[in-house]
Design a protein around this ligand. Structure first.
Ligand SMILES: [Zn+2]
Length: 189
């Protein structure tokens, strides 16, 4: 089932997600729906890299992440239950990221280049993996969602922001757009 995606300025995006105790059928269904919702959202030049449960209005620690970010025809996902970042490299990289909950805008955001993560699968297996590059970025973005944080909180000025034009290309902005200004929260990150 395709679910509605919660977008800014909805305050539901700012609520913290809770740990999942036991994966029951409703969680499995939710994961399936989140994948279907992400694939349904794909259009034109944009495609969804991942989705956290909070983005469909459920505050549980669950995220689905695309297996292959370079090939939009690959429709497989990895599902992470209770994901946690256990280690972050001090080395950071800046790259462009977007969010299904922040339509029309992208931003240059600095994040740890490498992370070590811990999570569970839908079958209850604990997994520990090291991620680097864009996968590390996506994972950090999703874990932020579970803490009520959005990438727009990390924007320092208009020079960080790119707007998606009608031509489906990204364009610079002169000032921080109202949609972002009114929705962002300051962090010390
Ligand atoms: Zn997002």
């Amino acid at each position: 089932m395709i679910r509605n995606i919660v977008t800014i300025p909805d305050a539901a995006l700012r609520l913290k997600s809770k740990r999942i105790g036991q994966v029951d059928d409703s969680i499995k269904q939710l994961a399936e729906d989140m994948i279907e919702t992400t694939l349904d959202w794909d259009h034109d030049s944009e495609f969804g890299a991942a989705l956290a449960a909070v983005q469909v209005g459920l505050h549980v620690k669950l995220t689905v992440v695309r297996s292959n970010f370079d090939d939009a025809t690959d429709q497989t996902f990895l599902t992470f239950v209770n994901p946690e970042i256990v280690q972050r490299s001090s080395e950071r990289v800046t790259d462009i990221e977007g969010c299904l909950s922040v339509p029309g805008y992208y931003a240059r955001i600095a994040r740890s280049k490498r992370i070590k993560v811990k999570a569970e699968t839908l079958d209850g297996q604990e997994i520990r993996i090291s991620l680097e590059g864009f996968a590390a970025r996506v994972f950090q973005h999703e874990v932020d969602h579970m803490q009520g944080k959005l990438f727009i909180d990390m924007i320092k000025g208009p020079e960080d922001i790119l707007e998606l034009g009608e031509d489906q290309k990204l364009h610079p902005v002169d000032t921080i757009p109202d949609a972002i200004l009114s929705s962002r929260q300051h962090t010390h990150d």
